[in-house]
Write a protein that binds this ligand. Structure first.
Ligand code: ASP
Ligand code: MG
Length: 405
């Protein structure tokens, strides 16, 4: 069997016309000889009757505190409705289907309601249905615990379902259908000449996805990568090939350009930089330990961490600033904050060992009078913290300087 997993996001399923286009993508794959597993998100966005956010609001309107176990039970319904509606459409067009919810599809998770992790996939029932020549439709974003509780996989988790099924079924491809035609070199709302990439590596897309590119859930990429199952990011509404995500260019008959040093630029706004003077009463080392433990206990995630003997500098999300500052001040620390910053990520799997990437970034930003407030780097990404007012300009100049258009 040549198995393909095809996932459709909520915005690809929000109207009867769009649902027909989605279904036609599956029928086309079936005609090519694939056994098809279809993963669907809840239909539409906030305000649409069965969208995830609408279901959450349904409870919030009654009372702001929501029990997560019952919330997950409700959220499971959004994707189930979508799956059954799509199934009906396939049936109308003469294709046999079976809808298997998360539990029936064998998706076993831990018991962290609303953020569950998949522990295991038992794909036997899916395989049996594929052998019976049925299109298998699985509501995304849901699973079941070993004790039978219904869970969800965190926002955007339908991608994770698709990836986990793709790995368990050793699919030839995992297709992520969405309303854009692939991964771009930059956010097209900022950079008009941003280009769709033909192929990117798992690492590159993980970096892009963690750093603001919203096309795919990074966890889905991490799962697909474990078994080298190629992912394709494709448009539901166009005939374009989309972006292939893989490590094995040759096996998929594409060339991953090895002269491409920079692949894409992303941005994350609404970040605050915190500076803490460590020369206070205690010695810096002990204080450091306490600072980061205290923030972790308060569930505040920190980023861009630089520690010096006299000073610790790091960032938090703007929404966490007040809480973080209070915690630190209660420890007797002096905190300097710079809110409204943005993180620019310059991503490229081939930048390691290439001299001059940082120099080019610094030159390009300095020439435009953009202050670099902090930097960090790994072998595939360089991050720069700038002021939010400079964010769009920074993305534009870097995109141009690295000739990504
Ligand atoms: N419906 C869920 C959400 O809105 C899962 C998904 O769409 O991937 O987060
Ligand atoms: Mg999504």
């Amino acid at each position: 069997m040549r198995i393909i997993v095809q996932k459709f996001g909520g915005s690809s399923l929000s109207s009867p016309e769009k649902r027909l286009q989605a279904v036609n993508k599956v029928i086309a794959a079936k005609k090519e000889g694939y056994s098809c597993v279809v993963v669907v998100s809840a239909m539409g966005r906030k305000g649409d009757p069965y969208a995830t956010d609408t279901l959450i609001d349904l409870l919030k309107e009654i009372h702001p505190e929501i029990k997560v176990r019952e919330l997950d039970m409700l959220l499971n319904c959004g994707e189930i409705i979508s799956a059954v509606v799509i199934s009906q459409l396939f049936n109308k067009l003469g294709h046999e289907t079976i809808v298997l919810n998360g539990a029936q599809a064998g998706i076993i998770t831990d018991n962290v309601f609303t953020e569950a992790r998949i522990l295991q996939v038992k794909p036997e029932r899916i395989i049996k249905s594929l052998e019976e020549n049925k299109i298998v439709i699985v509501p995304g974003f849901q699973g079941i615990t070993e004790t039978g509780e219904l869970t969800t996989l965190g926002r955007g988790g339908s991608d994770t379902t698709a990836a986990a099924l793709g790995v368990a079924l050793e699919a030839e491809y995992i297709d992520i259908f969405t309303d854009v035609d692939g991964i771009k070199t930059a956010d097209p709302r900022i950079v008009e000449e941003a280009k769709t990439l033909d192929v990117v590596t798992y690492t590159e897309i993980c970096n892009l996805a963690h750093q603001g590119a919203k096309v795919i859930h990074p966890r889905a990429v991490e799962i697909a990568m474990q078994k080298n199952i190629p992912l394709r990011i494709r448009s539901t509404f166009e005939e374009t090939p989309g972006t292939l995500v893989t490590n094995l260019g040759h096996a998929n008959k594409v060339e991953i350009p090895n002269d491409r040093i920079i692949t894409g630029i992303t941005q994350v706004p609404n970040i605050t930089q915190l500076k803490i003077n460590l020369n206070a009463k205690e010695n810096g080392k002990k204080l450091n330990l306490k600072i980061f433990r205290a923030l972790a206990l308060a569930n505040i995630s920190v980023d861009f961490i630089n520690i010096y003997p006299e000073e610790a500098i790091f960032t938090v999300k703007d929404e966490d600033t007040e809480k973080a500052v209070k915690i630190l001040q209660n420890m007797g620390l002096e905190v300097f904050t710079t809110p409204d910053c943005a993180k620019i990520s310059v991503v490229g799997a081939n930048m390691a060992g290439v001299p001059g990437v940082m120099a080019t970034i610094v030159e390009a930003l300095t020439e435009e009078n953009i202050e670099i407030m902090q930097t960090a780097d790994s072998h595939t990404t360089i991050w720069c913290l700038v002021r939010k007012n400079d964010m769009e300009k920074a993305v534009k100049v870097l995109h141009k300087r690295f000739k990504l258009g």
